[in-house]
Each structure stands twice: as C-alpha cells, then as structure tokens.
Design a protein around this ligand. Structure first.
Ligand code: CP
Length: 307
C-alpha cells in the first residue's frame, strides 16, 4: 500500500490519480470487511475524530460516523445549530476549543467555499473536507467513481454526463476532477443559467439538451436543484425544469442502449428523477451510499497513517 501524497483531503483537485487508486484498493479491502459478520477493525484505535457540521447532512454525516466507528476511532459529533456558533463564536475559536480536547482529525462541512483549506492553514489536525459551499465534496466524488468502477469494471474511457444545477454543485466540480484524473470523458448538461460560463476550460463537453446528453453517455449522474443556494430564479418553474431536464421512463425508453443512473442525494423525486427510475435496478443510488462507508474508511485510514 503506497502513502497518499497529501496530509489532508481538501479537494480532488489537490490529489493525484495514484492517490485515488490507492484509496480505491484500500476501499476494496474495507468493503470486504463490511460484508463480514464482524464489521469492525482496530485500525484507528487511539485516534479521536470530530465531525464538524455547519450545514445540514444526512448521508455524509452518518457515513463518516459509521466509517470512523468501524475503524474503532473515538468520535465526537458537532452541529452548529446546537453550538456556541449561534452566540457569535468564530470558526477558528470553535475548532481551537475542540482541539484543546486533543482531537487528531477534523471532518468538516461548511457553507463557505475554502473553509476546509482555511482551517488546514490554522490548526495542526488533519482536515477532511465533507463539502465546502459550492466548491468541492471530495469523498462524494470518490464514492461515485468507486461505484462506476465496481459496476462497469473501469472508469477509464467511460462517458459520464452530470446533469442539473452545475453552478451551485460541489459534487459536480469534484466529480469532474476525479473522473478526468481516472481517464473518463465528462459532459455537463443543464439550463444555460445553471452552467458556469467558463466550465469548458476544465475540458468538459456542455449540452443544454438532456436527450442529447443521455444518447452520449454511459453514466448519467443526476443532481438536484439547490434552491437553498439560489437567490434568484434560474428557470421559469420546477414543472418547466422537470419537462426539460427530468429523467423519466419514456426518456430512457427512447434510448437504444442501457445507461447507468446515479444520484448523490438528496433526491427531489419527480423533479430531476422520477420515482420509478430512482427505485429501479438501473439506479445505483443506494450502492453509492453503501460504497461511501468503505471509501471514507479508506480515506480516514490512509490519512491517519501519514502521521
Ligand atoms: N450527498 C450528500 O452530500 O448528501 P448529504 O447532504 O445528505 O450529506
């Protein structure tokens, strides 16, 4: 097993293809562990990890906590909604107070792009970015690519369309970096208003036509519309969005091939994806969630071994 090139996981942009492959081979081993009757290993005994969540989360938060517990780490959970952040405490003061209690690693979700990097420059602990605003969500991209590799055998040479609200999506950016490093071709698809103007400079294809994107791709990763990050209207109505960009059975039936459907969650059923597709065997949504635990165990384990 080779060591990672980084002490923190701040974004996929900062890590190498070899790092990703090391994470995947380690995750393969942890996936075997998770399929055993006894799912716990002592790898991170004596390591204390705090999960700092300044934004809502279901999947990422539970997945990190489970991964940490499966590795036998001591785990502290922090939610900004029930903390002294509401009394005006700064991020650095909050974290320094937690670190004074001798914490080794910090997993942080924060609404500000760059928050994880900022923290890594001010404290000695190892930082894992669990989503920083509209910037990156590295472990989501890793588990997505791991799931494509598991389903299709390889990521190299595959065509992946990322569909929806690209403008506000940290999942889209991390997926673009991860998939390209692994040799996939990437297309982004959505209304012109929800595609960043300079996205082509990242080497991705752009389409505003879902049927065209579906005909092109092997994998469609459907993203939700992030209404909580939108202060203006980017399209006339959710009904209009669903008609143009919603993935439905009639749309899939028009294709002359099978494609793999992914979604990072949370799903808005009936908007970007219909319930019958989300619950069908074509969708890997719950495989993604399952693989999230093994992938995050691998990241935690490999980073802890850097110390
Ligand atoms: N995919 C994802 O990040 O989901 P949560 O916001 O529920 O963590």
């Amino acid at each position: 097993m080779s060591a990672l090139s980084t002490d923190h996981l701040l974004g996929i942009k900062d890590i190498t293809k070899e790092d990703i492959e090391t994470i995947f081979s380690t995750a393969d081993n942890f996936k075997d562990v998770l399929n055993r009757p006894i799912k716990k290993v002592p790898s991170l005994r004596d390591i204390t990890i705090v999960n700092l969540f300044f934004e809502n989360s279901t999947r990422t938060r539970i997945s990190f906590e489970l991964a940490e517990k499966r590795l036998s780490a001591d785990v502290i959970n922090f939610s900004s909604s029930s903390s002294s952040v509401n009394k005006g405490e700064t991020l650095i003061d909050t974290v320094n107070n937690i670190l004074a209690m001798k914490v080794d690693m910090v997993v942080m979700r924060h609404p500000a792009p760059g928050a994880a990097k900022f923290l890594s420059q001010h404290i000695d602990s190892q930082i894992i970015n669990a989503g920083d605003g509209t910037h990156e969500h590295p472990t989501q991209a890793l588990l997505d690519a791991f799931t494509i590799r598991e389903k299709l055998g390889t990521v190299k040479g595959k065509k992946v369309a990322i569909v929806g609200d690209i403008l506000h999506s940290r999942v889209a950016l991390s997926n673009i970096f991860c998939l390209q490093k692994l040799g996939a071709e990437v297309m982004v698809c959505g209304p012109q208003t929800l595609i960043p103007r300079h996205i082509r400079s990242l080497g991705v294809e752009v389409s505003h036509n879902l049927d065209e994107a579906l005909a092109w791709c092997d994998v469609a990763n459907m993203l939700r519309i992030q209404l909580e990050r939108q202060e203006i209207s980017y399209f006339p109505s959710l009904t209009d969005y669903q008609l143009q960009y919603g993935l439905t059975i009639p749309r899939l039936n028009k294709l002359k091939k099978e494609i793999t459907i992914m979604h990072p969650g949370p799903i808005n059923r009936g908007v970007e994806i219909s319930s019958d597709i989300a619950d069908s065997e074509h969708a890997l949504i719950l495989d993604q969630v399952e693989n999230g635990v093994a992938t995050r165990m691998a990241v935690l384990f490999l980073l802890a071994n850097k110390k």
